[in-house]
Design a protein around this ligand. Structure first.
Ligand code: AMP
Length: 190
């Protein structure tokens, strides 16, 4: 059983690393951003509600987000562990996750913080905008997403540090080197 969370600002490489790390440990990578984007492109009711928030770089309200995650964690493939990417992002979401995991047999094993220089994240996101064409990768929206991260999500780093499960990894440079740093940091803990 391995329950992991990747946390870090937009542009830190969470999505890329989540896929690699989850594959290595044989657990599903659960990305709330990916689930929201799939709902938006399929035009589901959830997608229609989420789209305006996403396009502004604001967080989707906790009630919608929590329901989506609880539903996903209840699926069979998450029964033997998972790697969360992009959830929890608020203190209220931390409480929801805590309650959900307490109902089974324990909490997260480790929280991996991806640490990057803020100027580099803006650059990475602008490059991604050219490659993937995400509607929330324009410069104004990127700056808003970074501000929202600092205000609402960065405080979670202290919460998990206080619990003694935070692992901080330098997320700059080569993708494979960052993955190796994550494995090395987790090796001592799992
Ligand atoms: P991401 O792909 O993780 O950068 O997420 C893209 C967008 O989806 C965010 O800017 C939010 O609008 C929304 N989103 C993803 N995860 C969450 C979450 N845990 N809480 C609220 N909104 C979220």
């Amino acid at each position: 059983m391995m329950r992991l969370l990747l946390i870090g600002p937009p542009g830190a490489g969470k999505g890329t690393q989540a896929v690699r790390v989850a594959e290595h440990y044989g657990i599903p990578a659960i990305s709330t951003g990916d689930i929201f984007r799939a709902n938006v492109s399929e035009g589901t009711p959830l997608g229609l509600q989420a789209k305006d928030y996403m396009d502004r770089g604001a967080y989707v309200p906790d009630d919608l987000t929590n329901a989506l995650v609880l539903d996903r964690l209840a699926q069979e493939d998450a029964g033997s562990g998972f790697l969360l990417d992009g959830f929890p992002r608020t203190l209220a979401q931390v409480s929801t996750l805590d309650e959900c995991l307490q109902a089974t047999d324990g909490g997260l094993d480790a929280v991996v913080q991806l640490v990057v220089d803020p100027d580099e994240t803006v650059e990475r996101l602008l490059n991604r905008a050219k490659v993937q064409g995400r509607s929330d990768d324009t410069e104004d929206v990127i700056r808003n997403r970074l501000a929202v991260y600092q205000e609402q999500t960065h405080p979670l780093v202290d919460v998990y540090r206080d619990r003694g499960i935070l692992v901080s990894v330098d997320a700059q440079g080569d993708v494979g080197a960052v993955t190796d740093r994550i494995f090395a940091a987790l090796a001592g803990r799992l």
